[in-house]
Write a protein that binds this ligand. Structure first.
Ligand code: HEM
Length: 497
């Protein structure tokens, strides 16, 4: 009897707690209009259900109705406040870290403590190393990156000059090629070609999603224990650490010896990560964690972009001759270097247009308010609320782009010729594919060089087209995520140039 009474009390307590939490969330944001469903506690889950399959229309509706102000949409467990209009987006961009943070926004969304580890969120020191060493070192690293591009395509895309070959798993191939090329810069040879390691870094993104889905249901105090047993994402990192350990030990020894010889500084991404870790008194496990976090940010974003590029080229074959002509001229003159890739202005424009058209998410510039934020139009966002920018709506806004629904490969080339700085990696309030402001993607200059080198290599060495009778497939959407549809096959042929 006592047990039943206790359970009744517990049930009542939990129900009151839930209603209080939902009510508080509703009350705090009641002045910001809701789009896509009811605002009321519990009922707002109808908006979550709609968001899962109709996010594009919900955001479109909100953008058109509330342009120049804020609106909110329901996400599982929280509201997202959507910031629109150049002026307010620029205000969001300028918010300092003690007012709004990117890492806090993704901490809850990705369950970072149980997917990458609690120490990661406290000090994600890889970001500075990407921004400084990785970016500055692209020129020196380029010969090895291009060597990896040549080798990886040769091995993973075995097609012939005189016949079309069907390639039905191109996205998986691109994931592996991108992982190999990126890891040539992140961890070097030979580990960048170790298939077990590559499987782990590619799978890690899916395992973060798998782990997150389960951990979200577990009470906070039980999460550390549950993570020890059920976190596939942490398991990837542990397995990866065993593979990386010999390399890490070698690098640490090198660093110890360098300490005695200050003339020899760190030389690549891994050296710099090691230095940053050791200066913070962190162990080698922390370096592995940062390597996995770098791969998580880099591989699927980059391979999806390459897949969109392949589709967009196949859908606009009339652009191919002028793209090839530009690449041939530059490469014949200068060879394969970072500076040569920087001169491929038409290719740069094509890639930026492809990114504008597709993108990896319908939202960008995610920031969680640490303190309350009052925007210049008077709307107030209380602490603890995630704010986002509607990337797709901006990229398809006719106030921003002429004929935004038309894929114009030379759109940014022409803008650049007219003095507007619209390069692939540039960010602005009208182009947010790489985010905006202090927390804009630090890997975008690396990604821009790597992806353009891969694209130029593909254009010179291969022809490709859709299988007969098929057009470019529409992208797939899940909630706000955008992915290439992989049901359509591509046919490839080798070419001489
Ligand atoms: C086409 C490829 C890529 C796309 C579309 C992309 C996109 C993004 C976006 C939208 C953000 C959030 C920015 C914001 O909220 O303002 C971001 C953050 C980030 N990206 Fe990328 N990214 C790409 C490639 C890469 C690569 C290759 C790396 C690493 C070498 C990387 C590392 C990161 C990191 C570490 C962050 C977090 C930054 C922070 O917390 O301050 N990304 N990326």
């Amino acid at each position: 009897m006592e047990d039943i009474a206790f359970l009744k009390w517990l049930g009542t307590f939990a129900a009151v707690g839930l209603i209080w939490a939902c009510g508080r969330r509703f009350y705090r944001l009641r002045h910001i209009p809701t789009v896509g469903g009811p605002s009321l506690p519990i009922l707002s889950y109808l908006g979550v259900i709609r968001l899962m399959h109709d996010a594009r229309n919900m955001l479109h509706e909100g953008y058109n109705k509330h342009y120049g102000s804020l609106f909110k949409v329901a996400f599982p467990n929280q509201w997202f406040v959507v910031v629109t209009g150049d002026k307010l987006i620029d205000e969001l961009r300028r918010l300092p870290d003690d007012v709004a943070l990117f890492k806090d926004a993704i901490k809850d969304l990705l369950e970072l403590d149980t997917t990458i580890g609690p120490a990661f969120h406290a000090d994600p020191y890889h970001i500075d190393v990407i921004r400084t060493q990785l970016t500055r070192g692209i020129g020196n690293a380029f010969p090895s990156l291009y060597n990896e591009i040549e080798d990886a395509f040769e091995e993973l895309l075995p097609v012939y000059a005189n016949q079309w070959t069907v390639v039905d798993d191109m996205l998986q191939k691109l994931q592996r090629i991108t992982a190999r090329v990126s890891n040539r810069a992140f961890v070097g040879m030979p580990i960048c070609r170790n298939n077990t390691y590559l499987d782990l870094v590619i799978q890690h993104t899916m395992d973060i999603a798998w782990t997150r889905k389960r951990m979200i249901l577990i009470p906070r105090f039980l999460k550390p224990l549950a993570a020890m047993f059920f976190s596939r994402a942490l398991n990837d990192i542990n397995q990866g650490h065993e593979l990386l350990l010999p390399v890490l030990v070698e690098r640490r020894n090198k660093f110890d010896n360098q300490e005695k010889d200050p003339a020899s500084g760190p030389s690549d991404y891994l050296d710099c990560l090691m230095e940053a870790a050791l200066l913070r008194g962190k162990g080698l496990e922390s370096v592995t964690q940062m390597i996995f976090a770098t791969n998580f940010a880099a591989i699927h974003t980059s391979s999806n972009s390459m897949m969109y590029f392949l589709y967009d080229v196949a859908a606009h074959p009339d652009c191919i001759p002028s793209l090839r002509e530009e690449i041939q001229e530059v490469v014949r003159d200068q060879g394969w270097t970072k500076d040569a890739v920087g001169k491929l202005l038409k290719l740069d424009s094509f890639m930026r247009e492809s990114q504008r058209f597709n993108g990896t998410s319908a939202i960008s510039v995610m920031r969680k308010s640490v303190k309350g934020v009052t925007f210049s139009n008077g709307q107030y966002v209380p602490p603890g609320v995630v704010m986002v920018v509607p990337a797709r709506e901006i990229h398809f806004d006719s106030r921003v782009y002429d004929n935004p629904d038309v894929f114009d490969p030379l759109r940014f080339y022409t803008m650049r010729a007219n003095g507007v700085n619209e390069q692939f990696a540039n960010t602005s309030t009208s182009y947010v594919a790489f985010g905006l402001g202090k927390h804009a993607c630090p890997g975008r200059f690396f990604a821009s060089c790597e992806l353009k080198a891969m694209a130029a290599h593909l254009l010179l060495h291969y022809d490709w087209k859709f299988e007969t009778g098929k057009d470019r497939p529409e992208n797939r959407w899940f909630a706000v995520s955008v992915m290439p549809d992989t049901d359509v096959e591509l046919l490839f042929k080798k070419r001489e140039w």
